[in-house]
Design a protein around this ligand. Sequence first.
Ligand code: HEM
Ligand code: NAG
Ligand code: NAG
Ligand code: NAG
Length: 153
Amino acid sequence: MITITGIIVLALIAYFAKEFITGGMSISNPLENSTTDSAPIVEGRFTPLSLAKFNGTDDPKILIAVKGKVYDVSNGASFYGPGGPYENFAGRDASRGLAKNSFELDCLTPTDQPIDQLKNLTADEIESLDGWEQHFEGKYPLVGTLHENGDSI
Ligand code: HEM
Ligand SMILES: *[C@@H]1O[C@H](CO)[C@@H](O)[C@H](O)[C@H]1NC(C)=O
Ligand SMILES: *[C@@H]1O[C@H](CO)[C@@H](O)[C@H](O)[C@H]1NC(C)=O
Ligand SMILES: *[C@@H]1O[C@H](CO)[C@@H](O)[C@H](O)[C@H]1NC(C)=O
């Protein structure tokens, strides 16, 4: 005869069995890439020229550099993808634009030029940039670092 207690016990067994199986599966595939993983994975070194490929057109992956760090902002494609309000930042070093709260092209260094050293920002602009850095750090995976064109990478 099936009792309430029996049903509860069966439900608990089913629940723990499921936990065990799904937990076991993730342990058995440690090398599988996971987009839901919160731990940042540093994939590599980029230059302004190599970063520019990741502007969301040819490759669906969208990358943005902020203060020398490269973030995968593909999950924010509605912001940075083609036609998005901040599409100018896609595949680019967005640091000066974020500091000055401008997504205009004149805040972006041409991809064949040396990396913007951000020498002449005001204290307010540096504070703004640091705030954006926190935003990106908290929201998107860090996937690499930005280096000068021509550096061996
Ligand atoms: C016309 C004025 C603007 C409006 C109405 C606007 C509106 C918004 C809205 C609604 C969001 C989403 C916030 C959220 O999801 O919590 C956002 C995010 C953002 N905005 Fe603006 N914005 C404006 C100007 C700017 C400017 C000038 C910049 C240049 C730096 C900028 C950069 C960003 C960035 C980087 C994000 C974060 C997107 C992300 O989370 O990946 N916005 N904005
Ligand atoms: C994981 O990501 C790396 C770098 O993007 C890629 O080279 C590799 O093929 C991926 N592995 C799997 C199993 O998807
Ligand atoms: C995006 O990158 C591709 C090359 O991968 C290039 O042809 C295209 O012009 C770029 N788009 C913008 C808006 O810069
Ligand atoms: C600050 O430096 C940038 C890049 O070196 C330059 O384009 C810009 O005109 C400078 N701005 C001021 C106010 O000096």
